[in-house]
Design a binder for this molecule. Structure first.
Ligand SMILES: CC(C)(COP(=O)(O)OP(=O)(O)OC[C@H]1O[C@@H](n2cnc3c(N)ncnc32)[C@H](O)[C@@H]1OP(=O)(O)O)[C@@H](O)C(=O)NCCC(=O)NCCS
Length: 144
């Protein structure tokens, strides 16, 4: 693992990064509820003891879904996003998933490039998937 499992103590930092990175951020309550599920796993990457990137994945039987990936703005383009995705794929593999899905906004080229570079491929489009009406691309990666 490149990072570590996130804990309740990380929630303020993650909530702040969610606000910074997304127009439709997970609320503190949604983040806190992730601890109630034994199917959800969150990872966090630190720099000098400060959280700078994080990700979350749900694993159900042989399928997993990446729910969150984000890197704080001033730490982007240095490979941290890729490290977070690697950790999430490792978690999925360890828990028996054979394929991993995710949704990404059609306008989010940086994230699409990240996922393509991590071995995902586009499957289909979900029309008006996001609250603001934007479409999502569903992507998948088969785990060897
Ligand atoms: C998407 C995101 C997580 C990428 O994080 P990052 O740490 O900058 O990504 P990395 O440095 O690991 O880059 C990995 C690859 O992604 C692609 N990539 C990342 N940012 C990119 C950009 N701005 N433009 C083009 N390609 C980009 C590149 O292919 C890159 O590989 P390379 O450096 O060898 O060219 C980050 O931009 C982010 O947090 N965005 C806001 C939140 C978000 O959109 N999350 C995804 C939701 S689906």
């Amino acid at each position: 693992m490149n990072g570590r499992a996130w804990t309740m103590r990380d929630l303020d930092a993650i909530a702040a990064m969610e606000e910074e990175c997304f127009s439709d951020p997970w609320s503190r309550r949604m983040l806190a509820e992730s601890f109630l599920s034994d199917r959800f796993f969150g990872v966090i990457l630190e720099e000098n003891g400060e959280p700078v990137a994080y990700g979350g994945i749900t694993v159900v039987a042989d399928e997993a879904e990446i729910q969150l990936v984000a890197v704080s703005e001033m730490y982007r383009r240095c490979g941290r996003g890729k490290l977070v995705v690697e950790d999430l794929l490792e978690i999925a593999r360890e828990r028996g998933a054979v394929r991993v899905f995710l949704e990404v906004r059609v306008s989010n080229a940086p994230a699409q490039m990240l996922y393509l570079g991590s071995g995902f491929r586009g499957l289909y489009c979900r029309t008006r998937y996001y609250p603001d009406g934007e479409d999502a691309i569903v992507m998948v990666k088969e785990l060897a």
